[in-house]
Design a protein around this ligand. Structure first.
Ligand SMILES: Cc1cc2nc3c(=O)[nH]c(=O)nc-3n(C[C@H](O)[C@H](O)[C@H](O)COP(=O)(O)O)c2cc1C
Length: 180
C-alpha cells in the first residue's frame, strides 16, 4: 500500500505533523511526505491513501495574501523561521487545480489551541474539497494545535503519529478470511 502526505507549512509545524503522520502510516507500506509547492503534476492515482493538510489562516485554508502576511510576520518575529517556498501556491490553489480523483483520503490542519468555533479549521474546507473531487474519506478531519507563538503544543507530534496509525488501520484492504 502506498500513501502520500501532502502538506503546506509556513513555519514548519504542519511539516512536523505531516512527517509524524507518515511515520504512523509506516506499517501499511511506503508513506512519504511532499510539500504542496513540489507537487506539480504528481499523479495521485498511484496512491492508495492521500492525506492533505495545511495551516489554518483566517479560519480556513491559506490564501496568497495570508501567506504574504505570514512571511511578513516572521520578519519582525525572530523566533519564527519561514519554510522554503512558503509563498508558493498552497493547498487551496492545488486542490482547485485537481480535476477528479478516486481512492482514500483524509484531511488535517494546524491551528491555534482554542475552541474551533473561534479559530476555524482549514481541515474542514480541505475535507469538503477532497470529498467533492471523488475521494472516499477514511477519517473525520483532524486538527493539531499550536500555541499563540505558533509553536506546536507538547504531545501533538505523538498524537499525529497515532492518528497516522489509525488512518493505516482504516485504509488497509479488507481481509478476506477463508473459512474451511
Ligand atoms: C496570516 C495568519 C492567519 C492566521 N489565522 C488563524 C486562524 O484564523 N485560526 C487559527 O487557529 N490560527 C491562525 N493562524 C495561526 C496558524 O494556524 C499557525 O501559525 C499555523 O498552524 C502554524 O503552522 P505552520 O508552522 O505549518 O505554518 C494564522 C497565522 C497566520 C500567519
Amino acid at each position: 500500500m502506498h500513501a502520500i502526505v501532502v502538506y503546506e507549512s509556513m513555519y514548519g509545524n504542519t511539516r512536523h505533523v505531516a512527517e509524524a503522520i507518515a511515520r504512523g502510516l509506516g506499517p501499511i507500506g511506503a508513506a512519504h511526505t511532499l510539500p504542496v509547492s513540489h507537487i506539480r503534476d504528481t499523479d495521485l492515482s498511484g496512491y492508495d491513501l492521500v492525506v492533505v493538510g495545511g495551516p489554518t489562516h483566517v479560519h480556513g485554508m491559506s490564501r496568497e495574501s495570508t501567506r504574504k502576511g505570514a512571511v511578513e510576520k516572521a520578519r519582525t518575529d525572530t523566533a519564527l523561521t519561514v519554510e522554503p517556498d512558503a509563498e508558493s501556491e498552497g493547498i487551496r490553489e492545488w486542490l482547485g487545480s485537481v480535476r477528479s480523483a478516486h481512492g482514500k483520503a483524509a484531511a488535517f490542519d494546524t491551528r491555534v489551541d482554542a475552541p474551533a468555533l473561534v479559530t476555524g479549521r482549514a481541515s474542514k474546507g480541505i475535507n469538503k474539497k477532497l470529498r467533492h473531487l471523488g475521494f472516499e474519506l477514511v477519517a473525520a478531519p483532524e486538527s493539531f494545535l499550536v500555541d499563540k507563538e505558533s509553536v506546536l503544543e507538547a504531545g501533538e507530534e505523538e498524537r499525529a503519529e497515532r492518528w497516522g496509525r489509525t488512518l493505516a488501520e482504516h485504509s488497509a484492504p479488507a481481509r478476506t478470511d477463508r473459512t474451511s
